[in-house]
Design a protein around this ligand. Structure first.
Ligand code: CMP
Length: 145
């Protein structure tokens, strides 16, 4: 089933963007939107609000807002699960043991500095894509020349 997902290159891996986009295409996905941005602490907390009760929340928010990130819309068959397979296990230390070719094994450090993110479901993908690439249709006046 053709899907869209939100992929993020976190601040620790932005310099690896070339290799990471190659991994997108090698996985059979295509890149349909991309931008570099930097989140404030509040924006990072909003993005990760599902984790607000977790012990690692503050570390996560501080890390992901510590520098520029690159966000991408990826499209393809089973894009949500395919991209999470490319990422590998959440903790880069675990990834180096269990999935050494994965993005997090190659470019991340530990459970917080883990190089990348991918939506965990179609519902999350819809929300996360809207967060970074808001649709303008239906909001406000339409320009018609
Ligand atoms: P991500 O895919 O961006 O989604 C949630 C993030 O929470 C995850 O990657 C990790 O960066 C972070 N995370 C999950 N579990 C832990 C943990 N045990 N310790 C620190 N950070 C974590």
């Amino acid at each position: 089933k053709k899907e869209r997902t939100l992929a993020m290159i976190k601040p620790d891996a932005v310099t690896k963007v070339g290799s990471i986009i190659q991994m997108v295409y090698d996985a059979g996905l295509i890149l349909t939107k991309a931008k570099m941005t930097k989140l404030t602490g509040k924006q990072a907390a909003d993005f990760y609000m599902e984790h607000q009760s977790k012990s690692f929340f503050n570390n996560l928010v501080q890390f992901v807002s510590s520098g520029p990130i690159i966000v991408m819309e990826l499209m393809g068959d089973e894009a949500v699960s395919v991209w999470r397979k490319v990422l590998g296990p959440t903790d880069s230390g675990v990834a180096r043991k269990d999935a050494p070719a994965s993005l997090r094994a190659q470019f991340g450090t530990d459970g917080t500095k883990n190089a990348g993110h991918g939506s965990d479901s179609l519902a999350s993908a819809a929300r996360e894509l809207e967060f970074f690439f808001p649709s303008t249709a239906g909001h406000g006046p339409t320009n018609t020349a």
